[in-house]
Every structure is written in C-alpha cells, then in structure tokens.
Design a protein around this ligand. Structure first.
Ligand code: SF4
Length: 95
C-alpha cells in the first residue's frame, strides 16, 4: 500500500489509500498516528492537511531511520506552524 507520503519535515497518510488496518498506529514511536475518528480535539485541521499534501508529496516506499533530531522534537507541542508544505517539486500551476 502506498499510504505514506514524505514531505520536507513530516509524513502524511493518504486517506484514499488507507484501509484503516491500524497496523501502523503502534509502530509510531511518538503515537502520532490515529484513526480519523480519533483525532484529538484541536488537531482536526490535520485531516485536511493529510488529504491535501498526500496528493503532492511522493510515496514513502520503504521505512527509513528517524531523523537525527527526532528525540529533540518528540515532546514539543504545537508544531503546526513549522510544517513545510513545499517539497521542492515543480508545480503544474501556472501563474
Ligand atoms: S492504518 Fe496505517 S498501515 Fe493501515 S492502511 Fe492506513 S496508513 Fe496504511
């Protein structure tokens, strides 16, 4: 399955590929994965963020090691403003 897509500093899950098997949830070391129905209060915007960015970001084809600074960020709350949405790929949009 091509559920996971990789951006500059975050992974997202494509809701059109996800079949809610829940296998990934216990694998996440920071418990950042949950069902759409269980998204914590105040984080509902990540439902739209996952759906939108999964269309632009490439599929993560195989598991990778966590970033070297992952432990520095695991307990930092409210990181939404740090999300980098531009993956550097050419856009089809013409201005
Ligand atoms: S629950 Fe996780 S592993 Fe299962 S289909 Fe969805 S994203 Fe993929």
């Amino acid at each position: 399955m091509d559920c996971f897509h990789e951006g500059p500093n975050m992974l997202v899950i494509d809701p059109e590929e996800c079949i809610d098997c829940t296998l990934c949830e216990p694998e996440c070391p920071v418990e950042a994965i949950c069902s759409e129905d269980d998204v914590p209060d105040g984080q509902e915007d990540f439902i739209e963020i996952n759906a939108r960015l999964a269309k632009d970001w490439p599929v993560l084809a195989q598991a990778k090691e966590p970033p070297p600074d992952a432990d520095d960020w695991r307990d930092v709350p409210d990181k939404r403003h740090l999300l980098e949405e531009d993956n550097g790929a050419e856009s089809d949009d013409e201005d």
